[in-house]
Design a protein around this ligand. Structure first.
Ligand SMILES: Cc1cc2nc3c(=O)[nH]c(=O)nc-3n(C[C@H](O)[C@H](O)[C@H](O)COP(=O)(O)O)c2cc1C
Length: 189
């Protein structure tokens, strides 16, 4: 199963356009997690206590852990997130709060280091930005660090298109160039 985490919200989203190009190269059933539709809420005192109780009782099949189970089971993950406020929309952070569940997506070894429990061999991050994405690329770096350090996903790829809101830019040409980059990547991978 390919898990498509979709954090795009705008009509005519450029990020979604690039993500669709990526998805067209992947074989298998695509399961979309549309973050706007899911409407996940940040963890609160109540929901965190609820989740802690579920984990204490070992009820890993509880509906509350659905997103974490889905993420851990996915063979391939595509995350489409527009570049907002130097990173990604808050819905993405909220999603990670919901999937960072010890015993499902990772657990801690005796030495305190995380051991990943995710099946995916690759996570593909797709973004577009109004201006330049200046280093450090906070959104991508955050997801990369989680993928490598917590989930045990060995490969992470990034596709981006930048400067799309800068007056005078040929937006269509920039997007086509990004799509060419996606084509070139999949010709080799
Ligand atoms: C809430 C919000 C925050 C944004 N923050 C940034 C930013 O920090 N840097 C930037 O270059 N562009 C920023 N932009 C512009 C978007 O990154 C750009 O328009 C992008 O292509 C939107 O993706 P979409 O077409 O998939 O919606 C922001 C746009 C919005 C709506």
């Amino acid at each position: 199963m390919i898990l498509f985490i979709n954090a795009c919200v705008r009509e005519g989203s450029r990020t979604l356009r690039l993500a669709k190009r990526v998805l067209s190269h992947l074989e298998g059933e695509v399961q979309e997690c549309d973050l706007e539709r899911e409407g996940l809420l940040p963890l609160t005192a109540r929901t965190l206590a609820q989740r802690d109780a579920i984990l204490r009782e070992g009820r890993l099949d509880d509906p509350m852990l659905r997103y974490a189970r889905e993420f851990a089971a996915a063979e391939e993950i595509v995350l489409a997130a527009p570049y907002w406020d130097l990173s990604f929309p808050a819905s993405v952070k909220t999603y990670f709060e919901h999937i960072n569940v010890t015993g499902v997506t990772f657990s801690y070894g005796q030495d305190g280091r995380p051991i990943g429990h995710c099946r995916a061999k690759r996570l593909i991050y797709v973004t577009t930005a109004g201006g330049p994405i200046l280093p450090p690329n906070h959104g991508f770096a955050y997801v990369r660090d989680l993928a490598a350090g917590f989930y045990g996903i060995p490969e992470i790829a990034l596709f981006s298109a930048q400067m799309l809101d800068v007056i005078g830019m040929d937006v269509e040409a920039i997007l086509r160039e990004a799509e060419d980059g996606i084509e070139a990547y999949f010709a080799k991978n």
